[in-house]
Design a protein around this ligand. Sequence first.
Ligand code: ADP
Ligand code: ADP
Length: 236
Amino acid sequence: EPIIEFDGFSYQYRVQTSPSLVDIDLKIYEGEKVLILGPSGSGKSTLAHCLNGMAPYFYPGTATGSLKIGGAETKGLDLFRLSDRVGTVLQDPDGQFVGLSVAEDIAFRMENDAVPQSEMIARVKEAAAEAGMLEHLEASPHSLSGGQKQRVTVAGVISSGAPVLLFDEPLANLDPDAGRRAIERIDRIHKETGKTILIIEHRLEEVLHRDVDRIIVISDGRIVADLNPDELLTSS
Ligand code: ADP
Ligand code: ADP
């Protein structure tokens, strides 16, 4: 059973005259690490936002077809129910911080899940330690470096327990060294947690030499390729 299943799924923003996603059929299995590649305006963010609840579903006719996560139809689920399933690390983490301090920010999703106070404190510390942010628990998230911001966001998303992690252009705001460390970090998280990982990128050169299970190419709202990088290398 796939963890994510699009079946004849289309999505059209209310203000648009044509759909931003057209008849998507896609199955992603638990534990896969998948790159979603496409030029600017191709529909990558729309795809991501349909998965994590950021795209409004409530206007009639916006979403047609089926999109299931963990076997459950997503239509009718609200933002909180979906973000529990698909933890998202946005391109610009500043827009995502909800806490005044790093500790509050990591705790936020657990607070929504009504995790008991003592367990929450322990889990925040554990997540901060893993992210190398223990000394910064009281700092404002906005005051951190690009890599630190991303680590705080990842810590919050992981400790929330979401089975799918979605990274929207994780290198966009990082210098090349921090970008390399971010890729290593994502790979390590994938190995250690076995979570399903989706990474959105728009530049082909960002994608070369990345160790992923699948590359899905999207163009004009349609999936135009679904590649296994190993086959790609051995067949050429
Ligand atoms: P990408 O992430 O690949 O750059 P998007 O999903 O942002 O692509 O955009 C796909 C199409 O949907 C574009 O035509 C864009 O103008 C449109 N679009 C994206 N977000 C919105 C929105 N919030 N409201 C209306 N149209 C949107
Ligand atoms: P940035 O340079 O933008 O802060 P990084 O996220 O790569 O980018 O972090 C910079 C430094 O933070 C690293 O060189 C490393 O010393 C430290 N660091 C990063 N991750 C961890 C971690 N999980 N545990 C301890 N220290 C870390």
